[in-house]
Design a protein. Structure first.
Length: 706
């Protein structure tokens, strides 16, 4: 394969709402560029990027696929990302290493919630952006409305550089405003077009007038993005073709201009012009400036920020943005080379964890097809195999330049469930499988809760976790059931018990047991934990037995008294007792402390506490009433509301017990347009009627286990 220098590489991430046609556009780009001999279809399960069985079965993208094609002596690396919010982490990973976001909009629906979320990610990473309106062959297509909506929702700097001459069922022609040409495509052809001047006849005069109007708007927008161009525009009233093209390139790089183009991926219309535009106007891998990293990470030196030039002759460094486990191959690490040159056999340092790695084979990737290359230069994307300690978010660099690049900021989990093995003895297989799946997808989290005796898996939504469980079964041959996670309630007291006395006395022949204590129990403020005080005077309880009393109290607190949940926010004072010179020992006083605590706890107006989460919900204004009503029905407390663009942000405190599977409910309630984040806030007392149910359920469980 030909080797491409940094200025002949373009890194593109396809983003947009599910069903907007990103995979179809990727397929059309590959076919038009001659990388494939036929254009696959998502409905037929034969596209290059959606090759995983889960994706073929569901006809959606689940993983980011790395693709590439060659056009006009330039290599385009294309990252086809999922459109469903369950897989937002995949989008963030792709945008982290891409230079340009190709934002795909549907010609009827326009801007949708998935596109808006992806756009925020592109803003976070300051990606250049190009919009393409797809499915212009739809009979209800309305290009002008979609452009207006994009300007309102994303940026007023969105500007058309093309428009359809004949949108709808007969869509075959695109007007190029930059060159004032009419592009004629053949439906279901090879993606190529012929061009001609825009017709001047009365029949075509509308096209000519619209093209002139849009060209004037484009010239003004580009002039506004650069002061010297603005001066030229004010002086001459226009910009020449060369200045217009130069200004457009600069405006895209500086995120001051967001061009919008036309396409019908299904019929391969607009594809060649899109490839031309990506090569001619979008930034090369070296054009967006230097990557930012830190050095001094693993050498005890003070960390300092550095700017890394994309120089192929510099010290090699790369960032791993995705990890995949392939059957018969092992782990594939997808990376971007930020500086230097990467080749097989080189030794690098994983600066994220301080371990060395030797590079084996280096590949470029087209879906599941891998092509081995001799080396990759700065700015390019590729993959390596069997890097033993390297995973997503890791940086590899040379020993003499131990740079560390910032990690992908992954979205927090939106849903958590417990998993239960169907067969005993599968625990090790399950743990190994879950670990590997987490390495592939860091938005999927695993934790073992020893307090509740459950393995908890967390992710972005029900679909996300369903696919994880399916992969666990298919790859590792283990079956698990999904269960609702237990709630980590806490127990505490509301009153004070001045004297809780317990005397442990046991005589069975020979040496007996004797321990006698008086405890005081009182409530501490929220979050204080546990305090133990020794106020024994006169040796009523010898000092050597006091730690045993505390140990007994702590043991009782760990298992709880009301329902078996941990006790918190209590001060226990040992203030009196007695002992026997022969029969007293540590065990006797531990038992006395444990039983005295339990007795006093039940007398001190015990209560249950439940975890309260902070919930932040973002929804269109039309759904605010329904969402707020639902939050209230979940015992939630609305803290406030604020505007977030075309959406409303609702902040509330909601019990953790009430938000299981909330992601599914919210999507159903808002037609997929609402999303939320949640995090632990504090503990609050459980209402009396719910306490009774929790305590009764715990009692029933204890009886069943007995």
């Amino acid at each position: 394969m030909k080797e491409y220098t940094t200025d002949h590489v373009r890194n593109i991430a396809l983003i947009g709402h599910g069903g907007s046609g990103k995979t179809s556009i990727a397929e059309a780009l590959l076919y038009t560029a001659g990388m494939t001999s036929r254009q696959g279809k998502v409905t037929e399960g034969n596209t290059v990027s959606d090759y995983h069985p889960d994706e073929i079965e569901r006809q959606i993208s689940i993983n980011t696929s790395m693709l590439f094609c060659e056009w006009k002596d330039t290599k385009l690396n294309i990252l086809d990302t999922p459109g469903y919010t369950d897989f937002l982490g995949e989008v963030k990973g792709a945008l982290r290493v891409a230079d340009t976001a190709l934002v795909v909009l549907k010609a009827v629906e326009g801007a949708e919630v998935g596109t808006e979320m992806d756009w925020k990610c592109a803003e976070e990473y300051q990606n250049c952006a190009v919009f393409v309106v797809n499915k212009l062959d739809n009979e209800n297509a309305d290009f002008d409305s979609v452009v207006k909506q994009a300007q309102e929702r994303f940026s007023h700097d969105v500007i058309a550089v093309q428009f359809p001459a004949d949108q709808g069922l007969g869509f075959e022609q695109v007007v190029d405003v930059l060159r004032m040409k009419l592009l004629q495509y053949q439906r279901d052809g090879n993606g190529k077009y012929t061009e001609q001047d825009i017709p001047q006849s009365s029949e075509g005069s509308g096209l000519n007038s619209k093209a002139k109007q849009l060209r004037e708007q484009l010239i003004e927008k580009i002039a506004e993005s650069d002061e010297p161009l603005l001066n030229e525009f004010l002086l001459k009233g226009t910009l020449g073709d060369d200045l217009l093209k130069k200004g457009l390139r600069a405006g895209i790089v500086q995120r001051k201009v967001f061009p919008i183009l036309c396409a019908s991926a299904a019929h391969n219309i607009g594809t060649a012009a899109l490839l031309d535009f990506l090569v001619d106007y979008c930034p090369m891998a070296a054009a967006r400036g230097e990557a930012v990293g830190t050095v001094g990470v693993n050498h005890g030196a003070e960390r300092k920020e550095v700017r890394v030039k994309p120089d192929p002759n510099g010290s090699p460094s790369l960032f791993v943005f995705k990890t995949m486990s392939e059957h018969h191959v092992g782990e594939l690490s997808f990376f971007r080379v930020y500086s230097g040159t990467v080749h097989p056999g080189m030794d690098l340092i994983n600066t994220s964890i301080g371990k060395s790695e030797r590079f084996g084979q280096v590949f470029v990737i087209n879906g599941k097809e891998r092509k081995e290359v001799a080396r990759l230069l700065a700015g390019d994307l590729g993959a390596g195999v069997k890097l033993k300690d390297t995973h997503t978010n890791n940086t590899l660099s040379s020993k003499d330049f131990p740079v560390l690049y910032p990690p992908i900021q992954l979205p927090p989990p939106a849903i958590r469930v417990a998993i239960v093995p169907r067969s005993k003895g599968d625990e090790e297989k399950i743990a190994a499988g879950l670990h590997t799946l987490h390495e592939e997808d860091p938005t999927f989290l695993v934790s073992v809760d020893p307090e509740l005796n459950q393995t908890i898996i967390s992710g972005q939504g029900e679909l996300h976790l369903m696919i994880i469980v399916k992969r666990l079964r298919e790859r590792y041959g283990v079956e698990v059931d999904i269960a609702e996670p237990r709630i980590p309630y806490r127990e505490t007291i509301k009153g004070v018990v001045e004297d809780s006395e317990y005397k442990h006395k046991k005589q069975t022949g020979g040496r007996g047991q004797f321990g006698h204590v008086h405890l005081k129990l009182e409530r501490l403020p929220h979050g204080s934990g546990f305090e133990f005080e020794n106020e024994i005077v006169g040796g009523a309880v010898p000092g050597r037995f006091v730690p045993a009393v505390e140990k007994g109290v702590v043991e009782a607190m760990q298992k709880g008294v009301l329902a078996g949940y941990r006790v918190v926010d209590v001060r226990v004072t040992l203030w009196d007792g007695s002992y026997h010179t022969v029969d007293s020992d540590e065990l006797s006083f531990k038992i006395a402390g444990l039983m005295a605590f339990k007795k006093g706890f039940l007398e001190a107006r015990p209560t249950l506490l439940e975890p309260i989460n902070e919930l932040e919900v973002i929804v269109p204004e039309d759904y605010m009433g329904d969402v707020m009503g639902d939050i209230s029905s979940r015992r939630g407390k609305i803290l406030g509301m604020e505007s977030d663009g075309f959406y409303q942000k609702i902040k509330a405190l909601v019990p953790l017990a009430e938000i299981h599977k909330y992601s599914t409910v919210l999507r159903s309630m808002t037609q997929g347009r609402g999303h939320f984040t949640t995090k632990f806030f504090h503990y609050e007392e459980v209402p009396r009627e719910i306490q009774e149910k929790v305590i009764a359920a715990a009692q029933k469980q204890r009886e069943a286990a007995a």
